[in-house]
Design a protein around this ligand. Structure first.
Ligand code: ADP
Ligand code: MG
Length: 577
């Protein structure tokens, strides 16, 4: 059990090392220092009680006389006052030490949490598109939540645990100096009790942690599906089904959550009578040995004070250990994710390599492209080749599922071809020039992803409202045939579109998508069934503007209506394989 705790400790240490050695060691040193301060705080009341009980005995004792020599002559009452003040000052110092140490530990933990989030999110930002296709978004959100759980459920309690262990060891050590048998007895009694309790409860707590993780992911997944698909869910009359599933998981979560405090607090109620009984027994034994009350009192005071600190410290230690056990799985999750990131970022060469420029004056060439999805055995594209001269307009037709969108995603650099190249003016498209390449492209998919922000922010996309270029905005909206509609709105470009654009019609959403693609004045416009959702009249009007752009930019248009592609320089038919 102890070894597994140390293993956990070293794993936390490994994880925290890249965040900063100095910071980590300062926190650890502080924990130790604070333990010492607590010890001084507790023992500082010993001279006071000893003096109160029998001043002359103390004056004549070895330490006492040594100490008194150092002070100017002083009578008993004044000496009592001095030791009292000393005890109070030391207790206050100990409390301030605890407060300072705790706040520094907490600050460290949250600084570390932020650092982990930066790591994780920057890692996600560099993942290829396929990574997200393969994982559920609720699972990824859970990873971010895991950081929070790790900090609250493992790292912070771990700091507490270390603080308590240091304090408990110091306390027991001190009691050992005064009363060795009492110290040994207390260690065996309390230590044994909590050891047994922990051995029984730890495996249960771990299982609870793992189950909680599973049910949380399922809860959020069902909740997301319910809320994101509310229209479909309602029309199908399945609200109860999705909500019910989410609530089923939340009820299981509640049951498991409630077990953790029961496990971690339960032993407290058993240990209190045991401890009090022990104290009574010691007093009775001392009295039976015929020791005078003046001898028993200071001993009792120290033992009382020590157990006043020892018991809560032990109890807290125990409950933190249970908490850590129930959250230790988050450490595993994060290790996997964060340590992979560490390894990969070490391998990634200079980031500036990624910003290579790319020129497009002549042609885009796809050469013998073969691509298949990881889950999919037959390739979607096989030895596919095409040359697209600059400023030409290419139409792509083909039945649904024939790989049109896949081809576009390859062109956008979202997928990596199994073999073959994409060449721009003879230069191969790689991760190094991908950002330059994407800056040239305006892309309009079939489903426009709209932000719950203003129309202006949706067109400029990812730019703060103040930084939006209003001329470019108007030009883009005009080209997408939506300027009149926007200017007819009471708030114009500052109209909020609602979550996922619920306050707009399908055609309006699509035209905002087109305006978005045109806002940055792209050299290449890619339309993936961009007008399929529009009615004939609107589609004709939008295509009209698109046709006006023909010749001034390179265009790749996917459409299922061949009439849409009429004016293209060339039409490629994909048949699927
Ligand atoms: N992420 C994916 N994983 C596995 N197969 C996929 C994935 N996306 C699409 N496919 C498959 O690839 C084929 C081509 O899809 P797609 O390019 O979207 O067709 P189109 O746009 O021509 O309708 C389909 O058979 C589809 O099932
Ligand atoms: Mg498609």
């Amino acid at each position: 059990m102890l070894s597994s705790f140390f293993r956990l400790l070293t794993r936390c240490y490994q994880l925290a090392l890249p965040y900063g050695r100095l910071r980590l060691f300062s926190v650890l040193a502080l924990i130790l220092f604070n333990g010492l301060l607590q010890l001084i705080g507790v023992t500082s009341i010993f001279p006071f009680f000893a003096l109160a009980a029998d001043p002359d005995r103390i004056r004549n004792s070895n330490y006492g006389s040594l100490f008194l020599k150092a002070l100017p002559p002083i009578d008993n009452n004044h000496l009592l006052a001095v030791t009292g003040v000393f005890a109070i000052v030391m207790l206050i110092a100990a409390s301030i030490g605890s407060m300072a140490s705790e706040s520094i530990r907490i600050r460290y933990a949250f600084g570390f949490s932020q650092w982990l989030k930066v790591r994780l999110l920057s890692y996600y930002a560099t993942r290829p598109y396929g990574y997200f296709l393969a994982r559920n978004s609720a699972e990824l959100t859970q990873k971010v939540n895991d950081i929070e759980r790790f900090i609250m459920g493992v790292l912070l309690p771990m700091g507490e645990i270390l603080t308590r262990i240091v304090l408990v060891l110091f306390l027991i050590g001190t009691v050992f100096l005064v009363q060795p048998y009492v110290a040994i007895g207390a260690s065996v009694l309390f230590g044994g009790f909590y050891l047994v309790a922990f051995t029984i409860l730890r495996p249960k707590a771990r299982v609870i942690g793992e189950k909680l993780q599973h049910h949380y992911v399922q809860f959020y997944k069902n909740l997301d599906q319910f809320l994101n698909g509310i229209k479909t869910v309602m029309v199908h009359g399945r609200s109860q089904h999705f909500m019910g599933k989410a609530l089923e998981h939340s009820s299981v979560i509640g049951n498991y959550q409630s077990l953790i405090p029961i496990y971690s607090n339960g032993p407290r109620y058993l240990i209190e009578p045991i401890a009090f009984g022990g104290l009574v027994a010691i007093v009775v034994i001392m009295a039976l040995q015929g020791r005078p009350f003046s001898d028993i009192l200071p001993n009792l005071a120290v033992m009382g004070a020590a157990s006043m600190r020892l018991l809560p410290a032990l109890q807290l230690l125990f409950s933190q250990l249970v908490q850590v056990a129930s959250n230790s799985y988050t450490l595993g999750q994060l290790e996997q994710e964060i340590l992979t990131i560490e390894r990969e970022t070490e391998n990634i060469a200079d980031q500036s390599e990624k910003n290579q420029e790319l020129r497009f004056e002549n042609e885009i060439k796809l050469e013998n492209i073969t691509f298949r999805y990881p889950s999919d055995a037959p390739p979607i594209l096989k030895n596919f080749s095409i040359t697209i001269p600059k400023n030409q307009s290419i139409g792509i037709a083909g039945p649904s599922g024939s790989g049109k969108s896949t081809l576009v995603d390859l062109l956008l650099g979202l997928h990596q071809a199994e073999s073959g190249y994409i060449l721009v003016d003879g230069v191969e498209l790689t991760h190094k020039n991908l950002s330059a390449w994407r800056r040239m492209i305006g892309y309009v998919p079939q489903d426009i992803y709209l932000l719950d922000e203003t129309i202006a922010e949706n067109i400029a996309f990812g730019i703060e409202r103040d930084a939006v270029d209003s001329l470019a905005l108007r030009a883009a909206a005009d080209a997408a045939q939506i300027l009149d509609f926007i200017e007819g709105l009471p708030r114009g470009f500052d109209t909020m579109v609602g979550e996922r654009g619920v306050r707009l019609s399908g055609g309006q959403r699509q035209r905002i998508g087109l305006a978005r693609a045109l806002y940055h004045k792209p050299e290449i416009l890619i339309l993936d069934e961009a007008t399929s959702a529009l009615d004939n009249t609107t589609e004709a009007a939008v295509m009209q503007t698109i046709h006006q752009l023909q010749g001034s930019m390179t265009m790749i248009t996917i459409a299922h209506r061949l009439s849409t592609l009429e004016r293209c320089n060339r039409i490629i038919q994909l048949d699927g394989i």
